[in-house]
Design a binder for this molecule. Structure first.
Ligand SMILES: C[S@@+](CC[C@H](N)C(=O)[O-])C[C@H]1O[C@@H](n2cnc3c(N)ncnc32)[C@H](O)[C@@H]1O
Length: 290
């Protein structure tokens, strides 16, 4: 991985723990939004920057043998065809889309891709008529703190290291206020029925696992940039492991819209209430709204 590449290299051992923590924190949220597009057996789906197997495997189960799930990443080391998807090494900033799709989803990817406009254009081109694009990205500038309540020295140190992490991300070309731009970008790209909402966990075991794995992954970079000392990093890791700290993530902004082309009944997604969480809930919500 070069110095201007993706900061959180998937080849590091801690990447697996990060993907598991991200799945625990965000998969239920992602699945609720993806189900609300009307995801069906037989759909062709593209999971971009998949990272770990959680979402591609779940999609593959949903679309069944008549469907297709292509899971792409610049580093596919944590993905496997055994999960029912086609795994492809693919740079969303540079490579042509691997087909056309009824659903395209990317979570926590575009923030890290400096060529995000080109990447988004590729996604739009790859949507079939009526196809859905669901984009999810962090917006650390909206909520920059690891510890929203600075109740003691452990929290102050945690927030300082989080500031250091953000400056490493920014130096790699990450856009720390990108999440909030998603609905406008989807509208500007001509998508219909664009809606967005946001979510972030405030405390819980997966937040601590995510923080530990992230700090271990960027430890050398924090030291090299004089953003923290060895002692501070050790102290922070110990605090996270042993103290009841309320650790938050940046907000995850989820925006979705569909390409024109079919008179999709799924377009009523924009009016589906927040509590809809399963295909049955969504079908019931559609009936109520029709
Ligand atoms: C923060 S992780 C998110 C992983 C997964 N989407 C999730 O939410 O759990 C970002 C992922 O994007 C991938 N990635 C970064 N730059 C990429 C690019 N240009 N093209 C494709 N994938 C990329 C990384 O390798 C990594 O797996």
């Amino acid at each position: 991985m070069t110095d201007d590449g993706y900061l959180l290299n998937n080849a590091q051992a801690e990447a697996g723990a990060r993907f598991q923590a991200l799945a625990e924190l965000f998969d239920p949220w992602t699945q609720r939004h993806v189900l609300a597009t009307g995801l069906q057996a037989g759909w062709h789906c593209w999971e971009i920057g998949a990272g770990g197997p959680g979402i591609p495997a779940w999609l593959a189960e949903r679309v069944g043998s008549r469907g297709r799930v292509v899971a792409t990443d610049i580093d596919t080391g944590w993905l496997s065809d055994a999960d029912g998807c086609e795994v492809l090494r693919h740079d969303v900033a540079a490579d042509e889309p691997p087909g056309t799709f009824d659903l395209i989803h990317a979570r926590l990817v575009l923030t890290h891709v400096p060529e995000r406009d080109a990447a988004l254009s590729g996604m739009i081109r790859a949507l079939r008529p009526g196809g859905w694009l669901v984009l999810e990205d962090a917006d650390p500038a909206l909520q920059p703190l690891l510890c929203p309540e600075e109740s003691g020295p452990a929290e102050v140190l945690g927030n300082r290291l989080r500031r250091g992490f953000r400056s490493l991300l920014a130096a790699r070309g990450a856009d720390l206020g990108f999440g909030r731009t998603l609905p406008r970008r989807l509208r500007d790209a001509g998508l219909l029925d664009v809606v967005a909402d946001a979510y972030f966990p405030m405390t819980g075991p997966a937040c601590a696992v995510l923080e530990r794995a992230t700090v271990l992954q960027v430890r050398d970079r924090l030291l090299a940039a004089n953003l923290a000392t060895e002692d501070e990093i050790e102290q922070h890791l110990e605090n996270v492991a042993t103290r009841p700290m309320d650790l938050a993530t940046a907000p995850l902004i989820t925006a979705w819209g569909r390409r024109a082309g079919v008179d999709a009944s799924a377009s009523s997604i924009s009016a589906i209430p927040r509590e809809a969480s399963s295909a049955a809930d969504i079908a019931a919500a559609r009936k109520r709204l029709s």
